[in-house]
Ligand binder design. Sequence first.
Ligand SMILES: [Zn+2]
Length: 394
Amino acid sequence: MILAHRIALDPTVEQSIALSRACGVARHTWNWALAQWNKKYEAGENVTANSLKLEWNRIKHAQFPWVSESPKDANQQPFANLNTAFQRFFKKKAKRPTWKRKGEHDSFYVSNDKFRVDGATVRLPVIGSVRMREERRFVGKITAATVSRTADRWFLAIQVETDIAHLEPTDKTIGIDLGLKTAVVCSDGQTCDAPKPLKANLKRLHRRSRQHSRKQRKSSNRKKSQRRLARLHARISNIRRDWTHKVTSKLIHENQVICMEDLNVKGMTANRKLARAISDVGWYEFRRQLEYKAEVYGRTVSVISRWLPSTKTCSNCGCKTDTISLSTRVYHCDHCGFEIDRDLNAAINIHTAGLAGINACGPEGSGSVRKSRTKPCRVEAGTRPRGHSRALTN
Ligand SMILES: [Zn+2]
């Protein structure tokens, strides 16, 4: 499978200017292609990314001679990306592609035949040898790379085709309940709290955003405060990602099967009261990491339907209560008198349902993600497709 390995770069001042320029070329090409696409589409013409690319290649040297000062892929790959974006839009999986703006997701692509990684150095076309903060960890065939900027730091994401040996099988299984009060509650009683970095830094973030909005447009002070703000955002997301990686890795290493609920994250973040707390813990990313790590290490993630009444069912006798309010922290069963922490009760139910789903749906496979539904029983193996877009043929 293809894993992306993201390493911080240490470019010189000249190199970071060249990197910015290459991002500018990629952005300009995307916006040019998008404008053409929209124009032709409205005129009722048949438009493909390949035809646009041919047209671009005809005119680029005359109209935009500066593109040749940056790596070639920076002005070629955007066509493939735009194609993927439109295909996703046509399939109603994504919104319509929009303009790229300077300073937002700045990045450019380099295909595998145009760069070389040698120890802690990467040799990029036109830009030259750039120091990396560490050597790459994954061995295997390099398929491509993307250079990107987060706040004021540069990163190289190397895509490596690798086959990591699966972990020793174990017979331990676990159910997890993702909550707001305690981020992760396991069916064996373990709990794990999220660092809630956003909450802790929220005051500071608000203050900085306010300060930023008062700076005069296009002034150098505004630029400075923009950088400070971006760094704070990056710091918050780093803390969150670090925590998620640690917890998901621990779960994957210790258990053969991890059962979790299929949370409707999109629907729940629409509830403004819950939105901040949910995106602060980062459940969507949590699940994504769990699923890809299961595939890498040969574990199974069993996702149960979100309609299973995991909080309302007694994990001792299986009876169901009608309602349980969010503020009730202890579950009490009227039928058998069992009392248990609300989230732990849910985790145990998720565990039971997840395992039942796997057993009902046939033999247990390794390294798979299953969605078990109580009725009808259906298995969906495999994770969501990864966005490794390939370069279009010339
Ligand atoms: Zn009971």
